[in-house]
Design a protein around this ligand. Structure first.
Ligand SMILES: Cc1ncc(COP(=O)(O)O)c(C=O)c1O
Length: 411
């Protein structure tokens, strides 16, 4: 049965999150399906940035570290992120990039796993995750080794040598959702610790780190959390692991940074996972994105995300069935995160043609078109219109132009 315009309008009319759309700076006519790469700008972020730059920095200068509480922003924002991912206050710290936090979490976990030497992941994990493992192994000069296996072979690869398993909960390309509780249990039974990458989970699906008995986790601030380009990331360490030894032993993670002591002494609690001075402007923007996200009910976000993704898939089947798109995500929407992805030999050129028609998704090599579904500002009407524009560029072969085949530096 075909989906009608009335049905789509009814879905949007019944949407409990619809009012959030007006909280973002959305350009009329643009269909933005890339909030899983860079979230949209919340209107409140503009005002807060203005105040931070002109008053806190411009006038308050260094006194704002205390007066505007810049100094506690990593912990304060970490506590807010904790509410989105099933962690306790004092278990999450905001700062650095996800890649750096992967390094911190891996090394912290290794410090608790003396005698084990394998860093395990899946081959198709997001590249930076595996690159960070590989760098550590190279640096260890033979002491550590990486083991990268096919996605379905991960649990079978757990043995007495595996120190840490590093996995992304929602796969960046296929959107496959890992069962955090079951994987963590299996890893623990084998004596391994797990580092979860939540970059495509936080703000997109319900995450319950402590419910899953998770060890460590990291994630991006600039995707579903709408923290702005290059926003600080975050690190979770379960309270029982707060005695882990930081390898990035910078002064902000010291027990008494302003005593300027000669030797490093790690701070108690999550503070030891800080390294250097927090990037205040980025923190301020991140906090606004998270405050906005905290106003929404995560179950409502997940329900709408599933509804958007099911509509997208159905409409692509109906309206673009003859153009050879291969759906690369799990067919069951309960097993998918908040994105849909289709493989096509002309995926790159097609995405450029779609962008020319004001539909923004992204391309993931070698042949995948990926569309992020961000329930706070994406409507069912957006999804329907995006698929219509996809059909148009296929019917007219608008993608078949030499300029659309030239690879840009960011895809
Ligand atoms: C799963 C995952 N991990 C990490 C990153 C990026 O890490 P970083 O913020 O260090 O660039 C991404 C970026 O898309 C990602 O999808």
């Amino acid at each position: 049965m075909t989906v009608t315009a009335d049905q789509i309008a009814a879905l949007d009319a019944a949407d409990p999150l619809a009012h959030f759309r007006d909280r973002f700076a959305i350009r009329e006519g643009l269909i933005y399906l890339d909030g899983n790469s860079l979230g949209m700008l919340p209107k409140q972020t503009l005002a807060r940035m203005q105040q931070t730059v002109t008053q806190e920095w411009g006038e308050g200068l260094i006194t704002s570290w205390l007066a505007a509480d810049w100094v506690n922003s990593p912990q304060r924002i970490g506590d807010k992120i904790a509410r989105l991912i099933g962690a306790e206050p004092g278990e999450v710290i905001a700062g650095e990039s996800t890649s750096i936090n992967i390094f911190k979490a891996l090394t912290a976990a290794l410090s608790l796993q003396k005698g084990r030497n394998v860093l395990l992941s899946e081959t198709s994990n997001f590249p930076t995750d595996n690159y960070m493992m590989q760098g550590l192994a190279r640096f260890s000069d033979g002491r550590l080794e990486t083991r990268e296996v096919a996605p379905d072979d991960v649990l079978g690869a757990l043995d007495e040598n595996v120190a840490v398993l590093l996995l992304t909960q929602v796969h960046y390309k296929t959107a496959r959702v890992r069962d955090m509780r079951a994987v963590t249990r299996a890893a623990h039974e084998a004596g391994a610790l797990v580092v979860w990458d939540l970059s495509h989970s936080a703000g997109a699906i319900e995450v319950d780190l402590n419910g899953a008995n998770a060890d460590f986790a990291v994630g991006c601030g600039y995707k579903f959390l709408n923290g702005g380009p290059g926003a600080p990331a975050y690190l979770f360490a379960a309270k029982r692991h707060h005695h882990a030894e930081p390898v990035l032993s910078g002064w902000f993670g010291h027990a008494r940074p302003f005593e300027f002591e000669g030797d490093y002494a790690p701070a108690p609690g999550i503070d030891r996972f800080q390294c250097g001075t927090p990037p205040v402007l980025g923190m301020v923007a991140l906090e606004e994105g998270i405050d906005l996200m905290l106003e929404a009910d995560m179950a409502a976000i997940r329900n709408k995300s599933i509804s958007l993704s099911e509509l997208f898939v159905k409409l692509v089947e109906e309206r673009c069935g003859e153009f050879g798109f291969a759906f690369v995500c799990p067919p069951d929407s309960a097993q998918r995160g908040s994105q849909v992805a289709f493989a096509h030999p002309e995926a790159y050129a097609m995405m450029q043609a779609l962008k020319a028609r004001e539909v923004i998704g992204d391309f993931r090599a070698p042949d995948v078109m990926r569309f992020g579904l961000t329930p706070l500002y994406t409507s069912h009407a957006d999804v329907a219109e995006a698929v219509e524009r996809l059909r148009t560029i296929c019917v007219n072969r608008e993608w078949d132009r030499p300029e659309y085949r030239e690879r840009a530096a960011v895809t």
